[in-house]
Design a protein around this ligand. Structure first.
Ligand code: HAM
Length: 437
């Protein structure tokens, strides 16, 4: 057998990294289009930064003793023996880029980004090793009006997607750094008293990051966690006022929320407000969007102190939710991407002409989605394909049509007699037909 005929073994995608196929991509496009429409309405500008950064950036910002840094980073040595890491999130890279280009200096900025992130987690529904986030970060704003505005923005987006009844908002305040230190000691005391009941993970966190015990999903710990001292009992007067005003703004805007003292977040840079938008519809991976305030990160990464607040949402989880809701309501998400017109052509002369005429129609009828039947086939097979494409209309070009200079016109979605139209008048005909659709 010649080399050409031998089938080589297949190479599979890397575990936890998924392909997004055309049928699925339409959801992503819908999401991305709406997102790009939303951002300028609130004054956010897009920023793009690399997928790979120096490992130290993430260690210093996310925190050495977080799950992400301890267990989940894709870290490599490059050819110069520098340690580099595939970004596990966007906030650190956004601050790094902002500092490197002088954006984060005595001015305010509202930025957004979109793209792949990488975490070496155990893959399951809604949790992947390569996943995608969109995120927003606002710099230079001290007051809780900014947190509230980001919640309003997100609330609007849920409404645009028709997800407002599938998602609820949970908020908490971690207070300032000093208050958190005090709270941390009190938590260590409390959990030490329950040491025997703690699992291995929580025992380790007792030493390194006791706040994260509150985030444990182990049902055997739920009562101990529920009865644990609450962070907002240790807030100073300013932190309390900040949290109060934030809640008041949400109430005034009519946005429902619950205060959940167990929202502590898995990244160390937060202070004061933290929050998560959660859904009961995706099983264990219930957080769809999450964020909060992080006033010390800019200084921690070498800039002048500058307050900051932001969030990120997981696009895979939103897409799963969109599909889930579409299934429940049996309503098909109208993506508006279906083919409008299928061009049927039988015979080699007709095939070439169809390609050329399709180009003319694309010039004459803006936005018309045309599928030309490339690759031959008889009328029966081509009509089948036309039907499957979702097209509303088929134009037909065979030997007879070529002779008469007319397209056959078949209406695929309505009871209407087949007709003909002069090839030269097809653009006008289609313009009129689709204007009324
Ligand atoms: P995070 O909570 O780690 O926050 O991630 C935000 C969202 O990304 C999650 O709510 C979830 O929807 C999605 N996500 C996280 N990990 C995965 C995964 N393995 N597979 C699928 N989706 C995932 C941050 O990343 C912060 N940078 C958010 C932020 C921005 N805070 C301030 N500014």
């Amino acid at each position: 057998m010649s080399d050409l005929l031998q089938t080589a073994p297949r190479i599979q995608a890397i575990k936890g990294m998924t392909d997004i196929l055309p049928k699925e991509v339409v959801y992503w496009q819908k999401f991305e289009d709406l997102w790009r429409k939303l951002m300028p309405l609130y004054g956010y500008e897009e920023i793009r930064f690399p997928i790979v950064e120096a490992t130290g950036l993430f260690k210093r910002s996310i925190g050495e003793v977080t799950d992400i840094v301890e267990k989940e980073m894709f870290t490599f040595e490059d050819r110069d023996h520098e340690s580099i890491t595939l970004r596990p999130e966007g906030t650190a890279g956004c601050v790094r880029a902002g500092l490197e280009h002088g954006l984060l200096y005595r001015s305010t900025h509202r930025l957004w980004y979109m793209g792949p992130m990488f975490r070496y987690e155990k893959p399951q529904k809604g949790r992947y090793r390569q996943f995608h986030q969109v995120g927003i970060e606002a710099y230079g704003f001290q007051g809780p009006d900014l947190e509230a505005e980001q919640i309003f923005l997100m609330h609007r987006f849920w409404r645009w997607l028709g997800l407002e009844n599938s998602i609820t908002l949970q908020i908490n305040s971690l207070g300032s750094k000093e208050g958190r230190e005090k709270y941390r000691k009190i938590l260590v005391e409390y959990f030490s008293k329950h040491r025997e009941a703690l699992d291995e993970d929580s025992l380790r966190r007792l030493q390194t990051n006791p706040l994260r015990i509150l985030d444990s999903k182990n049902p055997q710990l739920s009562q101990i966690i529920q009865e644990a001292p609450k962070a907002f009992d240790y807030l100073n007067a300013e932190d309390k006022a900040h949290f109060e005003l934030f809640q008041q703004l949400l109430r005034e805007a009519g946005i429902a929320f619950t205060v959940n003292p167990c929202i502590v977040r898995g990244l160390d840079y937060y202070n004061r407000t933290v929050y998560e938008w959660v859904t009961p519809k995706l099983g264990a991976q219930n957080a769809v969007c999450a964020g909060g305030r992080y006033d010390s990160l800019v200084a921690q990464l070498g800039g002048e102190p500058m307050p900051a607040v932001g969030f990120a949402l997981g696009i895979e989880r939103v897409v799963l939710l969109l599909k889930e809701v579409a299934k429940e309501t049996e309503a098909q998400l109208s993506l508006g991407l279906e083919t409008d017109l299928y061009l049927i052509a039988v015979g080699s002369e007709a095939e070439s002409k169809a390609l050329i005429e399709a180009e003319k129609l694309r010039d004459q009828v803006p936005d018309l989605k045309i599928l030309v039947n490339c690759g031959g086939g008889n009328f029966k097979g081509q009509f089948k394909r036309a039907d499957k494409s979702g097209a509303k209309i088929a134009l037909i070009l065979g030997e007879d049509e070529l002779k008469t200079g007319k397209f056959g016109v078949k209406f695929l979605r309505e009871e209407k007699e087949q007709t003909t139209v002069d090839i030269s008048a097809a653009g006008k005909f289609l313009n009129e037909y689709f204007r009324n659709k």
